[in-house]
Design a protein. Structure first.
Length: 73
């Protein structure tokens, strides 16, 4: 079992107790966001630091509701 610390730009996102360490180039989902592993650094026998890059979220334009379809109160 390894204590895996996930970092993005020196900011710790998550630390988990895992049975296996993720490999470089592997895709990972953390807190609902997709990312890829860029580097893996073994600190001790049990501690591992994993650098990841999170993909930017593209916000699509939301449809503007037709004012005539709104509920009247």
């Amino acid at each position: 079992m390894y204590v895996v610390h996930f970092f993005e730009n020196k900011k710790e996102l998550l630390n988990q107790l895992l049975g296996s360490v993720p490999a470089v180039g592997e895709t990972i989902t953390i807190k609902g966001r997709k990312g890829t592993v860029t580097s893996v650094n073994n600190v001790d026998d049990k501690h591992v630091h994993v650098q990841i890059t999170i993909e930017k979220v593209v916000v699509k334009n939301k449809l503007i509701a037709d004012p005539a379809k709104k509920k009247k109160r």
